[in-house]
Write a protein that binds this ligand. Structure first.
Ligand SMILES: *[C@@H]1O[C@H](CO)[C@@H](O)[C@H](O)[C@H]1NC(C)=O
Ligand SMILES: *[C@@H]1O[C@H](CO)[C@@H](O)[C@H](O)[C@H]1NC(C)=O
Ligand SMILES: *[C@@H]1O[C@H](CO)[C@@H](O)[C@H](O)[C@H]1NC(C)=O
Ligand SMILES: *[C@@H]1O[C@H](CO)[C@@H](O)[C@H](O)[C@H]1NC(C)=O
Ligand SMILES: *[C@@H]1O[C@H](CO)[C@@H](O)[C@H](O)[C@H]1NC(C)=O
Ligand SMILES: *[C@@H]1O[C@H](CO)[C@@H](O)[C@H](O)[C@H]1NC(C)=O
Ligand SMILES: *[C@@H]1O[C@H](CO)[C@@H](O)[C@H](O)[C@H]1NC(C)=O
Ligand SMILES: *[C@@H]1O[C@H](CO)[C@@H](O)[C@H](O)[C@H]1NC(C)=O
Ligand SMILES: *[C@@H]1O[C@H](CO)[C@@H](O)[C@H](O)[C@H]1NC(C)=O
Ligand SMILES: *[C@@H]1O[C@H](CO)[C@@H](O)[C@H](O)[C@H]1NC(C)=O
Ligand SMILES: *[C@@H]1O[C@H](CO)[C@@H](O)[C@H](O)[C@H]1NC(C)=O
Length: 804
């Protein structure tokens, strides 16, 4: 642009003429502006991946934002995935607002064209331009090309690949779903150099990740490197100078990703799916949504149930402070005078924890003494009383001055005792506050003999649904969560950003019986059969090859069946078989799944093609799928029948776990209200709890998974017997005993160790990985369920060693 006169130049320094839309996508030159009223006033990155412009955030409210420029997203329709915002806390009017790059080099956002809302405060004598690059970075440069300002330096709630995160960076969550203004959760480098998550609410603040109860070092963090740098690389590897690192579930591919501080207090990595439109969660900081501090206010308890999502409830004897705001929590309905200690009573809340605000820790005190300590302290609101195994085992008493960060989880081993007037305690006691447990009957009934390697039919059975396990979850809880089982995070207003919401389960649908009949050619190609149903290969009308399972003995109630199917259909993980749809017509109950060309692990284990690398990947992938089932669902969904038949392989030998959640669809009576149901597992893979009286937890799956690992390494089925090695002993060993013994004596002789390896590998395997796999497997098959790791820990143990 030629300079007509000095006057005009002077004017341009203050007024920004509108930009000619035609050039807008390249960049914004000094002296021009983008208007909120022009939908074409959008900067687009050279590759078209990102756009920047005004995006609506409410009624007649706009923010200047950067978003993923996906095909169907429309800024006008307010459905783009935003990654940055200039003015999240102060949206501008839809009339006359503009973003102007002044001649003096300042980038200014004005509300209604007048009120300054945001500026970069940059100054430059040489003319500048503003451009958006394909990494999603909005950059202001001077003529020499020096960067004066860039959006990468001031992230909002999203970190993009290669965007550095440092000492000055903060990701701050948005307020709620749909409200993009600053919320209460933030990711930052704490002063001790550790990447942390902080709740910073109006009344208190508290770090909740890494877990505050653990030492930094125990959480795998280092406090020594004060350079404080973290970055997500383009392949999906995130690493930070405090030694924290993770790789995304789809690590290795160069696809768009974003790390987001979500409004529910968790950080998640999202990956763009192949459709280029929807996002899938490929990592998250922790699976337990109630571990987030501050999610419910004081004197309340957070409970997560898969059906309802995250819920806050006042503890007994307390009422909500303000019905429109949970962050204010609850207040007592009773009055307790400090002088009348004899009138004080305690109400037990099982499996409930309140983090922080302890007066102190009193080891080795009796329950009575602990109660006495609390009674005599005027400020004591209650106490935690729990057994600790740690260095000095014993019963510990923690009186608390405040009841904050309350959460309740079925697998939390500790009880809380609330201080309240005796009369109030007896009131709640009489309303049947019953202890709740994840319950399954331990009655074992094996319908089919076992998984047997001799059965020809099953050898060729890619979806073997022969044996079922039914886990009924019963019990009464004081918060009235009845019989929850796992599914997936369900959308409820206050719940969690849903991966599956974002990734829109487009494929999932209702099929007619006629359609499926046609697709299977009148159910002609049977590929498997079991107690759960018969599996047929099918080609859907859109050309997709599917596996269709016709349930035998399914729920008669259509509504219930649909509820179950819909939730399973929403489970979405690369290591879980995807359900595409269902049919519930008359008495027909069918499920439509993706078809796995490579069949099951059981079949492929007998092929040489399953080399060591594939075996190891199968071990990791299966663990990831199970960890997702267990942890995302907080133990509510147990698979209960892990075995090589239920681990299917895709064309890249990526494992996908099948058969989860299906037990709910079989007609086993009204499991919701019964404490007793039948269990069917597969001999050889079943954890000892099934036949003893111990509670059934997710550790039953860990056990079965351990057996599968041993099978991956040895190529031997647990159904086979192993001759005892003691001379003269006729007693057969189990696979576990055999491997344990071989490994124990392996120290003396190398050959012993080699003996356990599947001969089909012909000696080609990675020794370190093999030893790691066996070590993990042996931990998984510990008799004592508490000695077994969780599936999440298994994933970490497998990967930790891989990087060496
Ligand atoms: C978002 O939340 C903030 C803080 O609660 C509130 O002031 C603002 O009005 C909300 N914005 C919208 C669009 O609801
Ligand atoms: C966004 O809205 C537009 C217009 O309503 C619609 O055509 C498009 O499918 C939507 N895209 C997404 C990703 O929801
Ligand atoms: C912006 O300015 C820089 C340096 O002044 C120049 O290299 C670049 O080509 C300009 N970008 C556009 C889109 O004009
Ligand atoms: C800190 O981390 C940076 C980046 O990874 C590295 O270059 C540096 O050597 C580290 N410093 C120490 C003292 O470990
Ligand atoms: C991820 O990046 C870190 C730092 O560059 C590196 O040490 C680590 O090996 C990488 N992990 C993987 C799986 O590539
Ligand atoms: C509850 O909070 C809302 C919004 O903060 C406020 O307008 C209202 O007056 C409060 N209600 C009570 C009973 O304090
Ligand atoms: C409680 O005791 C204090 C002194 O110990 C006394 O001053 C106060 O009046 C007593 N309050 C009640 C309600 O008894
Ligand atoms: C508690 O008492 C037991 C038995 O007397 C003892 O072994 C243990 O060390 C004690 N624990 C603590 C924390 O003092
Ligand atoms: C919850 O969401 C539903 C539908 O999205 C809406 O109709 C309802 O008003 C919401 N409830 C609250 C309390 O926001
Ligand atoms: C599924 O389709 C069948 C047959 O077309 C129909 O009767 C049924 O109502 C549908 N169910 C749902 C939940 O859409
Ligand atoms: C895995 O098993 C299936 C079914 O038997 C077979 O079609 C496939 O070829 C096997 N894959 C390999 C690599 O052996």
């Amino acid at each position: 642009m030629a300079t007509p006169s000095m006057l005009l130049v002077a004017l341009l320094a203050f007024f920004c003429p509108p930009l000619l839309s035609s050039s807008s996508s390249d960049g914004l030159w000094a002296g021009s502006s983008l208007s909120v009223e022009e939908t074409a006033d959008v900067l687009t990155s050279p590759g078209g991946i990102f756009s920047a412009g005004f995006h609506p955030v409410g009624v007649n409210a706009y923010s200047f934002a950067i978003w993923f420029n996906t095909q169907s997203c429309s800024a006008v329709a307010n459905n783009c995935t935003m990654v940055w915002m200039a003015n999240r806390d102060q949206p501008v009017n839809g009339k006359r607002s503009n973003l102007c790059l002044s001649k003096s080099g300042n980038l200014v956002l004005k509300d209604g064209g007048q009120i300054l809302v945001w500026e970069t405060k940059t100054v430059s004598k040489s003319v500048t331009n503003l451009t958006l690059d394909d990494g999603g970075n909005l950059i202001l440069r001077d003529l020499q090309g020096h960067i004066l300002w860039q959006s990468y330096d001031s992230p909002t709630d999203t970190l993009l690949p290669l965007q550095p995160f440092n000492e000055n960076s903060k990701l701050i969550s948005s307020r709620s779903r749909g409200n993009y203004s600053s919320g209460y959760f933030q990711l930052y480098f704490s002063p001790d150099n550790v990447l942390s998550l902080l709740y910073k609410g109006p009344e208190y603040s508290s770090v909740y990740w890494p877990s505050p109860g653990r030492l930094r070092w125990d959480a795998g963090r280092s406090t020594y490197n004060n350079s404080k740098i973290a970055v997500l690389d383009s392949l999906g590897n995130f690493s930070s100078t405090d030694y924290f690192s993770f790789v995304s579930a789809d690590y290795g591919s160069k696809i768009p990703r974003m790390l987001k501080m979500d409004f529910d207090g968790n950080i998640r990595l999202y990956s763009l799916k192949e459709d280029g439109e929807s996002w899938v969660v490929s990592w998250q900081a922790f699976p337990q949504p109630c571990r987030v501090h501050g999610c419910c206010g004081p004197n309340s308890v957070c409970v997560y149930s898969p059906n309802l999502g995250r819920k806050c409830s006042c503890i007994p004897g307390y009422k909500m402070k303000n019905h429109s705001d949970w962050s204010l929590g609850c207040e007592p309905e009773f009055h307790l005078s400090c002088n009348q200690t004899e009138q004080v009573g305690f109400l037990k809340l099982s499996h409930t924890d309140f983090y922080g605000y302890d007066f102190g820790m009193y080891p080795n005190v009796t329950f009575k003494d602990c109660a006495k300590i609390c009674s005599q302290m005027c400020d004591c609101k209650g106490f935690q009383y729990k057994f600790f195994k740690a260095n000095k085992p014993g019963l510990y008493c923690y009186p608390k001055t405040q009841l904050l960060n309350g959460h309740r989880e079925p697998n939390f081993n500790g009880d809380m005792y609330l201080k309240m007037p005796k009369a109030t305690v007896s009131f709640y006691d009489s309303t049947a506050v019953e202890d709740s447990k994840l319950q399954c009957s331990n009655e074992v009934q094996t319908l089919e003999p076992t998984y047997s390697t001799s059965s020809k039919r099953r050898e060729n059975d890619p979806l073997d649904f022969a044996l079922w396990a039914v886990c009924a979850v019963g019990g009464i809880e004081f918060l009235a969560i009845f019989s929850v089982w796992c599914l997936m995070i369900r959308t409820h207003n206050d719940s969690i950003p849903k991966a599956n919401n974002l990734l829109a389960t487009t494929g999932f649908r209702n099929f007619t019986y006629a359609e499926l009949k046609k697709a299977t050619n009148s159910f002609s190609v049977e590929t498997g059969r079991g107690a759960g149903g018969i599996v047929f290969k099918a080609t859907l009308s859109d050309g997709r090859v599917a596996a269709i399972k016709r349930l035998v003995d399914a729920y008669q109630g259509e509504a219930e069946f649909l509820a179950e199917v819909n939730t399973i259909g929403k489970l979405n993980h690369m290591n879980l078989i995807a359900m595409w749809g269902y049919c519930a017509e008359g008495k027909h109950r069918l499920l439509v799944y993706e078809y796995m060309e490579h069949g099951s692990l059981a079949e492929n284990l007998s092929f040489k093609a399953l080399d060591w690398k594939n075996r190891f990947n199968i071990a990791v992938g299966t663990a990831r799928g199970l960890a997702y089932l267990h942890e995302e669902c907080l133990e509510w969904v147990l698979h209960c029948d892990i075995k090589p038949h239920n681990i299917l392989l895709d064309s890249n030998f990526q494992p996908k776990v099948s058969d989860f959640g299906l037990s709910r669809m079989l007609n086993r009576g009204d499991v919701k209200h019964s404490h007793v149901s039948r269990i069917r597992g597969t001999r050889g893979y079943m954890a000892p709890e099934w036949v003893s009286n111990f509670p059934i937890t997710s550790k039953v799956d860990v056990y079965s998974y351990g057996i599968v690992l041993l099978e991956l390494v040895t190529g031997r089925s647990p159904a086979m017997g192993f001759p005892g090695t003691d001379e003269g002993s006729l007693k057969e060993q189990t696979l576990v005993e055999w491997v344990r013994e071989q490994m124990a004596s392996a120290r003396e002789t190398e050959t012993r160790r080699r003996e356990i390896i599947d001969p089909k590998l012909e000696g080609r395997y990675d020794e370190a990985e093999m030893l790691n796999l066996v070590a993990v497997a042996l931990q998984c098959v510990e008799e004592d369920k508490d000695a077994r790791p969780t599936m999440g820990e298994v994933v970490q143990m497998l990967l930790r060693d891989q990087s060496h």
